[in-house]
Write a protein that binds this ligand. Structure first.
Ligand code: SF4
Length: 312
């Protein structure tokens, strides 16, 4: 059976989106352009979000001291060993807030990435309060010739949770910027964390409906992870009862319930985050790779005979 996203997988998968759109895979290559974020440099806060440790997901080939082109050279060489059939890449500006600088500085960095051989686009991870109309216009201009996707960390649709995590911006701000980004014709994705303290199962599932009503093109889901050295680690140690730490099986079922409520046209990029075991405090599912989680998810979708958007 073929679903409305054009294949038989039971969710609108990111990898298939690229094959369908370009006829081949596009591989993201992370770069660290040395940005900071307003929740760390004192503009809105100095402590950062409670769960944040950027080092936990930054690949070893990313060194902000290296020029962007050098990081891309190393990153492409790394991925070429793993994915021999991939020939086109997207520079993934990942750590911190990658629009948190003057437009002039952004132009230098993004133009350098886009002039690297075989880099056909950029993925720009940022906060909604680090975007403005001038920058949106610049990215919209780039998107006329390149693949551009803006990735916003919204993390939760609830103001109470954003206040608890010390996010330093509101969901109302995120919503407003999502509409403005869409109005500029840009593709955009959002990150959402599943299992945040104070959010009931019903509230988590309601987020699927809230996101579906926004002009969002893709979503990345992450389970809450207790990363060593973050403020959330000490809160977890002192008040473990505040945290609903799901087993992998419980998490998969919760995410499937979420998927059933999600708009079918939203591309799903991730079901869970993958952090090296050294960074995890006390709770984890073992060292499970993202590919394994996808396989388990597909098996569970089959067992439950369900699919993305079934109850949308
Ligand atoms: S998660 Fe992002 S926005 Fe929050 S402190 Fe870390 S870099 Fe800043």
């Amino acid at each position: 059976m073929e679903y409305i996203w054009g294949h038989s997988r039971r969710f609108n998968a990111y990898s298939n989106y690229f094959r369908r759109t370009y006829g081949e895979r596009r591989q993201k290559v992370s770069v660290d352009a040395g940005f900071t974020c307003p929740n760390r440099d004192g503009t809105v806060g100095t402590e950062g979000c409670k769960y944040c440790n950027n080092a936990s997901f930054n690949p070893s080939y990313c060194n902000p001291a290296d020029p962007i082109s050098e990081q891309l050279r190393k990153g492409i060489a790394f991925h070429q060993k793993r994915y021999r059939k991939v020939h086109k890449y997207l520079a993934y500006f990942q750590p911190f807030s990658n629009t948190y600088a003057s437009l002039e500085k952004l132009k230098v960095l993004y133009d350098e990435a886009l002039s690297f051989p075989n880099v056909v686009g950029v993925v720009v991870s940022t906060r909604t309060d680090c975007m403005d109309d001038e920058k949106l216009a610049y990215f919209a201009e780039l998107s006329a010739k390149h693949h551009v996707i803006i990735e916003y960390g919204i993390e939760s649709c609830y103001e109470k949770t954003l206040a608890w995590m010390n996010r330093g911006h509101t969901f109302a701000q995120s919503k407003e910027m999502i509409f403005r980004t869409h109005a500029c014709g840009l593709r955009q994705g959002v990150h959402l964390i599943i299992g945040l303290p104070g959010e009931s199962r019903e509230e988590i599932l309601q987020e699927a409906g809230i996101l579906s009503a926004l002009p969002v093109d893709s979503v990345k889901l992450h389970q809450l992870q207790i990363i060593k050295g973050t403020p959330i680690e000490s809160e977890f140690q002192q008040h473990p009862e505040r945290f609903s730490m799901f087993t992998l099986e419980e998490y998969l079922d919760l995410v499937i319930d979420f998927l059933e409520l999600l708009r079918p046209t939203i591309v799903v990029e991730r079901f869970a985050g993958e952090v090296p075991p050294d960074y995890i405090e006390s709770y984890n599912w073992g060292h499970i790779r993202n590919e394994q989680i996808i396989q388990m998810m597909e098996k569970r979708l089959e067992e439950r005979d369900t699919f993305q958007g079934k109850r949308f």
